[in-house]
Design a protein around this ligand. Structure first.
Ligand code: BTN
Length: 262
């Protein structure tokens, strides 16, 4: 892989590593030893790639993108709950623009294809005033190469676009887009953000079930996000509940109240 990105500041300090446990661990160590704002760690494979809620992240070599951006969060930034949404928008816009593929954001941390299969996941971990923004994107995997349990729920960019892609071009596109969104977000300018989310929101109008970290569930119609980044869920009694953390699955695609502008 090439090691130069065409951004202004994000990823100008970049470490490309062959094998790591997790790019999150590498980025944290780099921050502790003086990484600059915008430092990025990219790995070819991870032996202990992790997702949200202690899940593992499938990280085979030679195929995908695994990266962590170390970003210093300024006091002017909006609530941190909006950051994973921002990163999702940045990835989706980059893939739409550069690879002409209709992808969407799925609250809170996913980028999905039109059929809901997951293309990329976002993991944000905090270290003091740093956000370690981890992105895992399936780029060149074929369906055959996915583990059986992921086959129905995951997809790669290659499968959507119909050809193998240069992982470096995908990385560059994502970093470019993230850099531009971060620059607005960091100074508290969220107005373009809500509009972008609404245009890409895969869940909007769908009947969903939210699984909470304690194992309980709640059902309702997804109604976009609040200013804190929380999901707005309209319950069957008409009340709108704000959901701060949870895993969302779509209950029945044919119950959508309002179609998505795809
Ligand atoms: C999720 O969907 O649960 C989030 C997945 C995040 C995976 C990425 S891959 C790069 C970075 N390093 C990790 O160990 N995890 C994130």
């Amino acid at each position: 892989m090439r090691c130069i990105v065409s951004t202004r500041w994000l990823g100008k300090a970049l470490r490309w590593l062959e094998t790591v446990t997790s790019t999150q661990d590498e980025a944290k160590e780099w921050v502790q030893s003086g990484a600059p704002h915008g430092a990025v760690v990219v790995a070819d494979q991870q032996t202990a790639g992790r997702g949200r809620w202690g899940r593992s992240w499938f990280s085979p070599p030679g195929k995908n993108l695994y990266l962590t951006a170390a970003l210093q969060v300024p006091a002017t930034a909006p609530p941190l709950g909006t950051l994973s949404l921002l990163v999702g928008i940045a990835i989706a816009e980059a893939l739409r623009t550069h690879f002409q593929t209709p992808v969407f954001v799925k609250w809170a941390n996913d980028v999905v294809a039109a059929d809901g299969r997951k293309l990329a996941g976002i993991l944000i971990e905090q270290h003091e005033n740093w956000a370690l923004v981890g992105i895992g994107a399936n780029v060149n995997l074929t369906t055959d190469e996915l583990p059986d349990e992921l086959k129905p729920i995951a997809v790669s960019l290659r499968c959507l676009v119909g050809k193998e892609l240069d992982r470096w071009a995908v990385l560059d596109a994502i970093l470019h887009s993230l850099e531009a969104w971060w620059d607005r977000w960091a100074v508290g300018d969220t107005s373009p953000f809500w509009q972008a989310w609404a245009g890409l929101d895969w869940l909007y109008g769908k009947r969903v079930q939210v699984l909470f970290p304690d194992g309980t569930t709640m059902e309702g119609i997804a109604k976009g996000v609040a200013e804190t980044g929380a999901l707005q869920l309209q319950l069957d009694n008409g009340l709108v509940q704000t959901v701060v953390a949870g895993d969302v699955t779509v209950r029945a695609l044919d119950t959508a109240e309002e179609g998505h502008p795809s």
